[in-house]
Ligand binder design. Structure first.
Ligand SMILES: Cc1cc2nc3c(=O)[nH]c(=O)nc-3n(C[C@H](O)[C@H](O)[C@H](O)COP(=O)(O)O)c2cc1C
Length: 216
């Protein structure tokens, strides 16, 4: 079948895309209203348009539908957060950290654990022989695609990493070759904002990115 001709993206689209990138936020505060099964399916399909090493498509999405599993994950994240706070030597930082909300696992209408199948034979190992970690990078790209696609539809996504990978892997009973990458919360954001929440709460502002670019 012939490919459709490539679209010519307009300057208006480019400027809207820039706005989308600026307004993509990590979201921890959600409204409770559900997303809708069609939308979830659509988003998970769009996420899989991401590039992957050798076209291996190693992403594996596990939708957490059980209320008991969700509560266990939320409790675990709370415990890990408290442990991280206790380990902070600076008292001021510690109390600032304790006041941050770092997950919306209890409220988000959709919680998704994302894994990388390190044993996939899809793609016949191309590229992964020298850099096996590129499979995990591919999964991260799928997550970012999901992040943007969600925001373009008025939804917000929060990445939760304050969990022990082994704990999540055991709890969700996934195959041994699946490496835990992320726990995602998805839903309607309570209050969209163009400024990252950690900047608004005085934890860490965005830096001037020019200092991250060098030349050789
Ligand atoms: C790999 C990764 C892990 C993250 N883990 C957490 C987390 O556990 N809890 C949290 O509140 N935010 C987490 N975040 C979100 C970051 O705090 C957020 O991206 C950063 O503050 C910039 O804000 P923005 O995404 O709204 O631009 C994570 C982001 C990434 C990319």
């Amino acid at each position: 079948m012939p490919s459709p001709s490539a679209p010519d993206f307009s300057p208006e689209f480019t400027s809207e895309l820039a706005e989308l990138l600026a307004w993509r936020r990590d979201v921890r505060h959600f409204r409770k209203e559900p997303i809708g099964e069609d939308r979830v399916a659509e988003l998970l399909a769009v996420a899989q348009l991401a590039p992957s090493v050798g076209n291996s498509q190693p992403w594996r999405f596990v939708r957490v539908r059980s209320a008991a599993l969700r509560e266990t994950l939320a409790g675990h994240a709370d415990t890990e957060k408290a442990a991280a706070a206790a380990a902070m030597p600076d008292a001021e930082r510690r109390s600032k950290y304790a006041a941050l909300k770092l997950h919306g696992i209890r409220e988000a209408p959709e919680v998704i654990a994302v894994f990388c199948d390190d044993a996939t034979t899809t793609g016949f190992g191309l590229g992964a022989a020298t850099m096996p970690e590129t499979r995990a990078y591919s999964v991260v790209l799928a997550i970012h695609t999901l992040w943007l696609a969600a925001r373009a539809r008025g939804l917000g996504l929060g990445w939760v990493s304050i969990v022990e990978p082994g704990f999540v892997t055991d709890l969700l009973d996934v195959p041994a070759s699946w490496r835990f990458i992320a726990l995602l919360c998805l839903g309607h954001p309570l209050e969209p904002d163009v400024i990252p929440e950690l900047e608004r709460r005085g934890w860490q502002p965005r830096l001037d990115g020019s200092s991250n670019v060098s030349e050789r």
